[in-house]
Design a protein around this ligand. Sequence first.
Ligand code: AKG
Ligand code: FE2
Length: 681
Amino acid sequence: ELASFSEKLVAQHAEGSSPEELEELLETPYFELYGKGKDAYLDEEWERCVWYMEKAVMVHKHVAAHKFRCRQRCFNQTVEPSFEGHSTLQMMRKFMKRAACTDRCEQASLGGMRWEGVNEIQQEMDSRVPYDYMQLCYYKLGDLQKAAASAYTFLQMNLNHDIMRANIAFYRQMEEVQQEWFRDREKNHWKRRFMDGMDHYLMNQFEDARDSLEAALELWYQEYGKCRSSCERPNNMDIKRNDLWMSLTDRYVELLLCRRNCIVRMSHIEGRFVEQLLANMFHYLQYVYFQLKDWPNAMRNAATYLIFYPTDPMMTQNVDYFLSLSWASEDMLEVRPEAAAVYEVVELERKLLQDIQKNFGDEYVIEGLHGNAWYQDEPNASPPRPNEEEEEEEKDEEYEKEILEDGEEEAQPRVTKDVRYGYNMPGVTVVKGPRDLKGPKRMVADGIASEEECKMLSHLAKGGTEGNGYEGDKHVHTEFERFDGLTVLQAAELAKRGLVSVDHAEMYLNLSNKARRYVHGYFHMKHQLFFTYTHLVCRTAEPYSTDDRTDLSHPIHADNCHLLPDGSCPKKLPAFTWRDWSAILYLNEGFKGGEFIFTHANESVQSSVKPKCGRLVGFSAGEENLHGVKAVVKGRRCALAMWYTLDERYNEVEHYQARKILQTLKKHRTKASKDKPKEEL
Ligand SMILES: O=C(O)CCC(=O)C(=O)O
Ligand SMILES: [Fe+2]
């Protein structure tokens, strides 16, 4: 193994590096290579930067693979020590055997490359930080292809890294940059298979879906094992206490926290976090086997899903249905053993962490330990409020029914296709679906924003006119209404000038993101959805507006094509052809008129939506969704209008710029408030 590794290295770097250099490389720990890469970066020596970074990544990968193999081998030789029923001596004997085995194994396979790493550096390697450096160094060298791949690879593990997202948007806008250049150099195979599986699933190709999803699952277990194993790494030097048992506990807590994070890390698909990913695979498989009339497997997968969500109404209903069939029996409800094992170990570890927290509450702050470990949300997301989860389930079912009645689904009615692919959102309820609205790609949901948030945003909208002296055409669509708006960047700039509060500007960004996530999940899109334009707008009736106006506040149109009098709608400039989806979040009621309407091409109304605070209307942006706004005859109507695109080249870079400005402002603010007491002293 080692030989083939050095051969590979020699072959790859035969040109450009001397034998001495290669010799040195094979003896240099990856963290030193990484350090040299960082130095080169600081010295602005781009060639050297990418050379060392690439090597660091390569050597690290090599070492990690061997360590994993050793840990796995030694794990199989012994039994995972359980924390009950063994005397300390028996337990220590097992630890010792495992340690000795690992030691021998690593010595044999890694020899001179067995460096003791440093925790922080391993964490940086695991979070793909070297790709962050490489991105810039390749860019400086003019190698856009490698820069793009580095940026993309880094982003996959750092989803909230706004600067890298902005970089990617920057690259995409360049003429010479090609779509295929954005590839994940560390992409795990399970993700690829999972994506294939979802493609087949959505296209009702059930045999292919089964094969891909089963393969994805198998690979997922492997990768999950690797992730857990990588947690057995050097501690972060932050040993809290010296007592033997306490320091052992400290070390073990670190291990457990790292392992918990593996579930989160293993839930990222195409740059986004998918909730409940493992459990969902069984949901999909259940349906796939059902379609293939493979009843035993359909039942096995249904039963497996239920270990994660024992009270899931849809799945319990499916199981009842299976059991009502003549060939079925209770013992076919067998849980898949690998899944049961993963579930069990995660639950046991969670319970242990809970105990630790109970006993050492001051030393450890461990978040998200209560409730079901499998409901773990994206890091930083707020936990669901009580009662709302149940409501959500009901709405899901309603949506299921809608889909069935719309005839999109030809399956036997009792076992339904899962459409929940990430659109559960606490506090949000669907109030109108495709059936009420008379079109498949339409929806209305309530609860996206609270009363307070609506008030703040409406207030912010005012800043748009008064604060920056917004000029231009105030009567955009009709003489009877003033139309004024504020973009996210304008909001951030106003905050910078102290004209609006930083919190309000931030809420604008956050709510628009919440709406985007909801639309993305609701229409179960597989690819990332980007903002392309975001506008906080108010329409205010002029005093001379009358109740009998026949004009519209916003004439009938489609958002991505140009509607012509003959009813055709060419998707050409000057239309915003890159818009794929649209959503409007309403902020108030109490004005007269102003209903949102979906219409036919002859402008006759199909369905209408009455705006109110927190209500979101979402729809695809094409000619299938002609719409407009009825005249606002009295008062002021405010809304957050958003257009989204699947094409990252049209990503609204203003969001990152605004976020950046607000972050800086907040940093100054906390600094200022920290400084204050000192001044007073
Ligand atoms: O404000 C609304 O309800 C809809 C606005 C709209 O359709 C648009 O601006 O394209
Ligand atoms: Fe529109």
